[in-house]
Design a protein around this ligand. Structure first.
Ligand SMILES: Cc1cc2nc3c(=O)[nH]c(=O)nc-3n(C[C@H](O)[C@H](O)[C@H](O)COP(=O)(O)OP(=O)(O)OC[C@H]3O[C@@H](n4cnc5c(N)ncnc54)[C@H](O)[C@@H]3O)c2cc1C
Length: 414
């Protein structure tokens, strides 16, 4: 008997929650072994956080390009049903069997009918219609409901009848054998830690918003500019462990931030060698990779400046004239205050499972730190990627492959 005949026999679908790199990889591996998969993504498009990134460490290649091929495979796979704009409203057991209730809130513009002509945008008097981002498949326009008065000008102009304000939610009930949580991470609000100055100045931003702001495929087409002036900053401070390794917020290391701060500083130098980058770190954790090599500036020959020390205070200077960073260099034990044009805060990443409603969703048990208990011997509920533990893209894909194998083996044993 081959693996696929065992797996097909009496098996119910596998539910994968989250359409980022981890969920996509797990879904493909399982479906390629002839099991049916339903993949649920709460957002409108697939790709997760990687869709917002620019280049990927350690290769420095386009972040989204490899994912694009996988998304296409996923969409075309006969055993995978993708549910975007969909939420898992209930997940639990009925007579011992796992059962899920999904609710899809269809977007006002039906992406399968949108031909991306842009007439809705040019017609909309409120500026509520917008094109999907660079990485959205299929490309489609969307309507920002908070700006829209439903005047229906777009409905009349749309050549394919794709726009409908009356589309009702759809409910889908599924019996499943296994569930894989691959719901990734979210940024935690840093305002409760006032020393980081988050929210006090537009040029103090988190690493994810900085990467979106400066990405080649983003709004600035790879130009590094200040939000306040639209001009290039003279210098940028990258602050490590903002919110992380801190008992007041996230007691653990977010694992990916040292590498992506080095990556971002390196790309800043590549795109504009005149901008100086300083990384304030606690200790640089770039396991298996030589961070100094990685940070070396190929353009000017000088390294990106690395200072050991977590700043004690970050605050906007009067008149909007830059941002002050007060710190102690813990190598030289000198204290100083430096002025920067931009500040990037790294570290405030938390598993999305922390936000799940445990009452309605039978999600995996979490440790005190908010990540999945690796000791769990549950063979119906799994997790992979950043929702399981802080992990970069490569680690998330490896975890996804391992979870897929466990799901397939669990069925074989049963
Ligand atoms: C600034 C920054 C730069 C980075 N740069 C790199 C890099 O260069 N190289 C690298 O290897 N890694 C990098 N990373 C890490 C990388 O982003 C993660 O490894 C990767 O996103 C993990 O993928 P994932 O699928 O686990 O989670 P995510 O990418 O977070 O995807 C999770 C998906 O699940 C969806 N979801 C969430 N909750 C639900 C729900 N309840 N129901 C349905 N769907 C849900 C989300 O909408 C999302 O689409 C970076 C991270 C940051 C913050």
């Amino acid at each position: 008997m081959n693996a696929s005949s065992v797996n097909m026999k009496n098996s119910l679908p596998v539910l994968v929650i989250g359409g980022g790199v981890a969920g996509i990889s797990a879904a493909l591996d399982i479906a390629n072994a002839s099991r049916t998969v339903h993949l649920v993504e709460i957002g409108r498009s697939l790709g997760g956080q990687v869709a917002k990134l620019d280049k990927l460490y350690p290769t420095d290649h386009c972040a989204f390009c490899p994912l694009w091929t996988d998304i296409k495979r996923l969409r075309e796979h006969p055993l995978i049903t993708v549910h975007t704009s969909t939420e898992v409203k209930e997940l639990g057991r009925i007579e011992g069997r796992l059962h899920a209730v999904l609710v899809r809130t269809p977007p006002v513009i039906d992406e399968s009918r949108c031909v991306f002509c842009g007439r809705c945008q040019t017609t909309c008097p409120e500026g509520a219609a917008y094109p999907s981002g660079e990485h959205v498949y299929p490309p489609a326009y969307g309507i920002e409901r908070s700006l829209c008065s439903e005047c229906s000008a777009c409905v009349t102009i749309c050549p394919t009848g794709a726009i409908d304000f009356q589309r009702a939610d759809e409910t889908i009930a599924l019996n499943i054998d296994h569930v894989i949580w691959a719901s990734g991470f979210k940024e935690v609000d840093l305002t409760p830690l006032p020393e980081f100055g988050f929210g006090t100045h537009p040029d103090i931003m988190t690493s994810l918003s900085f990467e979106e702001w400066t990405a080649e495929g983003g709004i600035n087409r790879g130009n590094i500019t200040r939000k306040t002036t639209g001009t290039a900053p003279r210098n940028i401070a990258f602050i490590q462990c903002a919110g992380a390794r801190d008992q007041r917020m996230l007691p653990y290391c977010s694992a990916v931030c040292c590498m992506h701060a080095l990556k971002q500083a390196k790309w800043v130098k590549r795109r504009n060698p005149a901008i100086h980058s300083v990384i304030f770190y606690t200790d640089l954790r770039t396991v298996g990779r030589d961070y100094y090599e990685y940070a070396r500036d190929e353009i000017g020959g000088s390294p990106i400046r690395l200072i050991r020390g977590r700043p004690s205070l970050i605050y906007p200077l009067p008149g909007g004239d830059g941002i002050a960073v007060k710190f102690e260099n813990t190598v030289t034990q000198k204290r100083d205050i430096w002025k920067f044009d931009m500040v990037v805060l790294n570290g405030n990443l938390r598993s999305s499972l922390e936000w799940t409603d445990q009452e309605k969703l039978d999600s995996p048990a979490l440790t005190e730190e908010g990540f999945v208990n690796p000791e769990s011997d549950d063979t119906s509920r799994f997790s992979c990627g950043f929702s399981m533990e802080p992990a970069d893209v490569a680690e998330s894909a490896v975890q996804a492959a391992s979870v897929a194998a466990r799901v397939l083996l669990a069925k074989r044993e049963g």
